[in-house]
Write a protein that binds this ligand. Structure first.
Ligand SMILES: C[S@@+](CC[C@H](N)C(=O)[O-])C[C@H]1O[C@@H](n2cnc3c(N)ncnc32)[C@H](O)[C@@H]1O
Length: 406
């Protein structure tokens, strides 16, 4: 090896070990097995177009964009890969399917299954599979199967699978993934439910799948047969939008009119620390509110002047025919970086909407914030699902998803 190559390789090793330390400290890596896989696979060989530091940053490496500049393929962020591998609990000798290829994650999976297991990775995009094949071969993982196909149909030629890890954001769980899942198998899938994306770890329970855990996860959207865009209702040019993931009828003009009315605010007394994520509250509101959507705003001062939601991308919003209320927060103690959840509302019934949303924030804080996580179940659409109070039932194309809280 030339001197420069030796130096590069030593630097890559150092960066890789530092990344593993970071992932362990953050809790993204929890097991020795996943740590060993991350220590072994040279991530930079799967992202040769970026400098070593970027390849080993705890961030995604974008590898392909569409004509609008939207990322459609990437090497996912190491923390998310680690979290999903931990969710999958892959063991030696297992047969695994990865949906959405990049090469790197498939190599990590190959380390986890060892010489007696088998890993298949499938992608809808020939550029991606060509790339993954090349990089896997270079890095010494020529035994990983790389398949070009729409994963909606699974990969029957390599099924059954003990583990299926989906690394693309999906709206539903297609039937092929159930039928190609081995007895006792597990699916890890970033599923969009009422607009919120969560990586669910799912196991079979009789005629349905049940979550044994879930984590925050954002992914590029699935393409092909399974693609399903959200509906966007704009309220003020492109500045403010309401995102709908279901077919509820919406009186857009009434909501636009509501935004022109003065804003009502209400504060909950429920506080949180600066580093605390909102995912539990957001999921609770997606469960408990019937007329639910997500508010988003442009990252402009004009948009911020109109609405100030907790998250500019996706903030739980309660709707009426001609009004809406959304979650916000304000700083209550700069010293300790403590914030308080509140609500902003617009429309003739703004006061009532704000009060309902505040009540739900308090209920979450009181009953669920510190308790066990929500549970998801996924039934084939052909199985009737009883409507039980407190359980949110979300119809999809192939399945019915429920969210319930203990
Ligand atoms: C985030 S990337 C995958 C990252 C990869 N697992 C890694 O090693 O980090 C998501 C991939 O999903 C692919 N994809 C999107 N829709 C798909 C579909 N219907 N079937 C298979 N792959 C799909 C995209 O082409 C993209 O390459």
């Amino acid at each position: 090896m030339a001197n420069a190559a030796v130096a590069d390789s030593a630097q890559a090793d150092a960066l890789r070990h530092a990344l593993v330390e970071e992932l362990v400290t953050a809790g993204s890596i929890a097991s020795l097995e996943v740590a060993a896989a991350f220590r072994t696979v040279p991530r930079h060989l799967f992202a040769p177009e970026v400098p070593l530091q970027e390849a080993y940053a705890n961030d995604i490496v974008r590898t392909k964009r569409d004509e609008h500049g939207v990322t459609i393929s990437s090497v996912s962020a190491p923390w998310l890969q680690a979290v999903m591998l931990e969710q999958a609990q892959i063991g030696p000798g297992m047969r695994c399917l990865e949906i959405g290829s990049g090469g790197y994650n498939a190599a990590l999976m190959a380390e986890l299954v060892g010489p007696d297991g088998e890993v298949t990775t499938v992608d809808i995009d020939a550029d991606v599979t060509d790339r993954a094949r090349r990089f896997l071969d270079t890095a010494g993982y020529g035994h990983v199967n790389v398949v070009l196909a729409d994963a909606e149909h699974g990969v029957p030629q390599h099924a059954p699978f003990d583990r299926i890890i989906v690394t693309v954001g999906v709206f539903d769980v297609p039937p092929a993934w159930w039928t190609q899942l081995a007895e006792g198998g597990r699916i890890v899938v970033p599923l969009r439910v009422r607009g919120l994306s969560r990586s669910l770890a799912l196991v079979r329970d009789g005629d349905h799948l049940v979550s044994v855990g879930h984590e925050m996860a954002g992914f590029v959207a699935v393409q092909g047969v399974g693609a399903r865009a959200e509906r966007l209702v704009t309220l003020h040019g492109e500045e403010v939008g309401l995102r709908f993931d279901d077919d509820q009828p919406v009186e857009a003009e009434g909501l636009r009119e509501a935004l022109r009315l003065p804003r009502v605010q209400a504060w909950s007394g429920v506080t949180f620390g600066g580093m605390e994520p909102f995912d539990g509250l957001f999921l609770w509101l997606a469960t408990s509110l019937d007329r639910f959507c997500l508010l988003s705003r442009a990252r402009t001062d004009a948009a911020r002047g109109l609405v100030d939601p907790a998250s500019p991308i996706a903030t739980p919003t309660l709707l009426s025919r001609d009004g809406f209320a959304y979650v916000a927060f304000r700083e209550v103690d700069p010293q300790t970086q403590t914030y308080e959840f509140g609500v902003y509302a617009h429309g003739v019934d703004a006061e009532g909407l704000a009060a309902t949303l505040i009540e739900q924030i308090r209920l979450w804080d009181h009953e669920h914030r510190r308790g066990a996580a929500a549970k998801f179940t996924i039934y084939p659409a052909s199985v009737p699902v009883a409507r039980v109070p407190g359980v949110r039932v979300v119809p999809k194309r192939h399945t019915t998803v429920t969210i319930s809280w203990p």
